[in-house]
Design a protein around this ligand. Structure first.
Ligand SMILES: NC(=O)C1=CN([C@@H]2O[C@H](COP(=O)(O)OP(=O)(O)OC[C@H]3O[C@@H](n4cnc5c(N)ncnc54)[C@H](O)[C@@H]3O)[C@@H](O)[C@H]2O)[C@@H](O)CC1
Ligand SMILES: [K+]
Length: 496
């Protein structure tokens, strides 16, 4: 598992390491040394490097890096924002070890440099940058030279991935011990460039005291929860997913979802749809079965078969009272449910009804998969805009609804009502095409049908979906994803 630490949790990690006997100065020397190592990869002896230091410990890392880079034959010019006398603690100590000149920033420092090291602000950013700090950031961005940011690009909030004011646009960012959510959440991810993590002498053991609740969405988080077929198993032991579909002219979305559920490993997949639409569905389905459900009562009849243990409603279903009534029927009982697209929007004006139905049956998994527009309609625009970050918005929604919330985007967040959250980085911009959300919902219901727990089902599905897309790249359409999934699943089965 790869934990993501908030700025506050990282501060705790630093403190625990120091209490454990590693001094703050040792941590700073290690951090600055790691910065210098990255800088050396980007430059050759004789190259010029501009190091921009701020008034806190981020600046301290810059002073250490400057010293190491001079030792490695780089020509370093160092500028300090603020006065040398204003430096405190370890930053003051390492500034004292720097034998070169300490300049005030001027734009000419950036002329022709091979690299700019941004050590202005890191975890201590307390307010938006203004004044001289803002003009330095503007000059750095204007210069167009490669930028190595220390911890985070200055101006970026590492916890939220947001910048309230000017922010450095980095080519590369080096952070310490663990990444922060802001390295993965947009716009932070696009401002950081390539992100690397340096060990600086903080032991993994501190995580046992911090108990972080946010993680990178990667296989170690959920691999052990995945279900694989057993030699003595049969299709019924791999679960039966039901996709509730609507009219024939909207049959593409449920068909995409159903195919993905089969590929994900569900033993059987059935689409329930109105009788008049069944021939249209049947014309393009083979392994997926069909059932007649003309209305909520009809769906109830289909669901009387308890072996249908996971249900997806939403893709192609239409927005309105009819869909809301279908959702109500599906939510009666203990089976796992995925609500996507129209099923979410159908509760726009009556979200409390939905949350009450979810709460009525404890211990079964409900997964909601909104994109930002659907999220705003269901949970209220303010849940998105007033939350400090996308991560916190998803968490708040999960708490309010009692469901696992998959807030989609190229930085998809999966949040559980228990506070656990995973931020996805295995994604592809080519997923921004019609029907890919239907495929994702299908993978989730396919995982749930196999008995995978809700959070792990959702997080693994998001990853598998992104990994499948990454295998194709340009030209990807949602129909391709099904065929790409076996390669991704084979990698997971092999433990790659
Ligand atoms: N023991 C530790 O805590 C370690 C910290 N390290 C580094 O220390 C950094 C955190 O250091 P600090 O907590 O000193 O924080 P920063 O160095 O990020 O900034 C703190 C300073 O900036 C000022 N400031 C904050 N926002 C401002 C704004 N908008 N405009 C002008 N001034 C502003 C504060 O008043 C304070 O003087 C990390 O990002 C990391 O780079 C590393 O050296 C590793 C060890
Ligand atoms: K920085």
């Amino acid at each position: 598992m790869i934990e993501l630490l908030t700025t506050q949790e990282m501060g705790q990690a630093d403190r625990l390491a120091i209490e454990g006997g590693t001094s703050g100065l040792q941590l700073m020397e290690a951090a600055g040394g790691a910065v210098a190592e990255r800088a050396m990869r980007r430059t050759a002896p004789g190259d010029r490097v501009a190091i921009l230091c701020g008034p806190g410990n981020n600046g301290g890392d810059g002073f250490v890096a400057a010293r190491r880079l001079v030792e490695a034959g780089r020509q370093v010019r160092l500028a300090l924002l603020g006065s040398r006398e204003g430096l405190r603690g370890d930053a003051a100590t390492v500034a004292g070890l720097w034998e070169g000149p300490v300049e005030r920033f001027s734009v000419d420092m950036l002329d022709g440099v091979g690299l700019v090291v941004d050590a202005l602000f890191g975890a201590g950013l307390a307010r938006p940058l203004d004044g001289e700090a803002a003009s330095i950031v503007a000059a750095v961005n204007e210069a167009g030279r490669p930028v190595l940011a220390v911890d985070v690009p200055s101006g970026l909030d590492g916890t939220t991935g947001r910048a309230q004011g000017p922010v450095v646009r980095a080519t590369e960012t080096i952070t310490f011990f663990r990444r922060k959510p802001g390295h993965l959440l947009l716009p932070g991810r696009s401002l950081c460039g390539e992100v690397s993590v340096a060990e600086i002498g903080i032991s993994q053991g501190v995580l046992g005291a911090i108990l972080p609740q946010a993680f990178v969405n990667e296989p170690a988080l959920w691999r052990s929860a995945l279900a694989w077929p057993q030699p003595d198993g049969h299709k019924y032991s791999r679960g039966h997913a039901l996709v509730v579909g609507g009219e024939g002219w909207k049959s593409g979305a449920p068909r995409l979802a159903a195919g993905a559920a089969l590929r994900a490993g569900a033993g059987l997949v059935t689409i329930a749809a109105p009788f008049r639409a069944l021939p249209i569905y049947a014309s393009q389905l083979t392994a997926v079965m069909l059932a007649e459900a003309n209305n909520p009562d009809g769906l109830g009849d289909v669901l009387a078969d308890e072996r249908k243990n996971a249900v997806l409603l939403g893709p192609g279903l239409g927005v309105g009272a009819g869909t809301a009534a279908m959702v109500k029927v599906a939510l009666c009982g203990r089976r796992a449910i995925v609500l996507d697209a129209d099923a979410l929007t159908s509760f726009e004006a009556r979200r409390e009804d939905l949350f009450a139905m979810i709460a009525a049956e404890a211990g079964r998994d409900v997964v909601l998969t909104p994109h930002e527009g659907e999220f705003a309609r269901l949970f209220g625009k303010e849940t998105l805009t007033e939350a400090p970050s996308k991560l916190e918005a998803a968490r708040a929604a999960a708490r309010a609804s009692g469901a696992i919330v998959v807030l989609k985007g190229s930085d998809t967040v999966v949040a559980g009502p228990d506070g656990r959250a995973a931020v996805n980085e295995m994604s592809s911009p080519f997923l921004a095409t019609a029907g890919t959300g239907d495929v994702l919902a299908g993978i989730i219901v396919g995982q749930l049908a196999q008995g995978v727990a809700g959070f792990e089902a959702a997080a693994s599905a998001v990853w598998i979906h992104g990994a499948a897309a990454a295998r194709r790249g340009p030209g990807l359409i949602s129909e391709d994803l099904q065929a790409l999934m076996p390669g991704v699943l084979a990698g997971l089965a092999a433990g790659v």
